[in-house]
Design a protein around this ligand. Structure first.
Ligand code: UDP
Length: 244
């Protein structure tokens, strides 16, 4: 399926239901990974060839940010909607439980993954958690070997970007899972450590603003959002000129 190019990163133009369906299909065989870039990551990928390659080689690339959706409209190739990685992650839990596929949780501060696991088994009774590990390790190969030893069918990798994408790309084979997904701060959300924005913020496309209010230290990384939108406008002008 053709992807929608946003400043060098190709996104799958899917809504939440389609994303979920495509993710489920990836459990049928082989070894796959899903990425959920927001505008900060796409902005960085413009100058990080390795990261851009990793994003573009993913089996599913979901627009996890209103900035990305906004840029797609500026570029005249609108994406259907923001697809929040954490929502796909939650929807998949019942699929794992039904299929008997086990899930490994890798990332976040010590103790968080265990609490997230508890919450997940409440959401999807019967879900098998193969294992958990915090995200503050130095030895990537050892962490990947632990995932493999657990026999996990799927792994949620929550190390923040771009570390999680690079980890997945380098260790997918070593982990031996059918599916790996890079999910940023999602384990904090499941554990109740971080709250998602109230629905009205999400609906108005202001979840980023909510996160900034809760965590003002994000301002540095968020300054990439206006730069990202300016880059999209510039690219739109370039494309128009080229089309003439
Ligand atoms: N994290 C980690 N290892 C690290 C750095 C970060 O496991 O070396 C975790 C951090 O605890 C948090 C997540 O990665 O749970 C990143 O969260 P953030 O909100 O920054 O991610 P975003 O969803 O914005 O990419």
């Amino acid at each position: 399926m053709q992807r929608t190019d946003i400043l060098g990163v190709g996104f799958d133009n899917v809504n939440m239901a389609e994303a979920f369906e495509r993710a489920e299909a990836l459990l049928d065989g082989g070894s796959h990974y899903i990425v959920t870039p927001n505008s900060e990551i796409v902005y960085d990928a413009q100058t990080d060839d390795a990261l851009r390659g990793i994003l573009n080689r993913a089996d599913l690339v979901l627009p996890d940010g209103v900035g990305v959706v906004k840029a797609s409209r500026i570029l005249g190739t609108p994406l259907k909607e923001k697809v929040a990685g954490v929502e796909v992650a939650e929807a998949l839990l019942s699929v794992f439980a039904r299929r008997g596929d086990s899930l490994y949780l890798l990332g976040a501060k010590p103790g968080i993954a265990e609490r997230a696991a508890e919450k997940m088994t409440q959401i999807a009774p019967g879900l098998k958690i193969a294992g958990t590990h915090d995200g503050y390790f130095k030895d990537d190969a050892a962490a990947a070997a632990e995932v493999r030893a657990s026999g996990a069918d799927a792994v949620y990798v929550c190390l923040g970007s771009p570390r999680q994408e690079k980890f997945i790309s380098e260790n997918l084979g070593a982990m031996g899972c059918k599916l790996a997904i890079g999910l940023g701060g999602s384990l904090d959300v499941f554990a109740g450590e971080a709250k998602r924005a109230p629905k009205i913020f999400i609906k108005l496309g202001l979840e980023w603003f909510w996160r900034l209010l809760r965590q003002p230290s994000r301002i540095g990384r968020m300054m990439r959002l206006p730069k990202f939108l300016r880059a999209a406008k510039k690219e739109a002008r370039r494309r128009k000129k080229e089309a003439k």
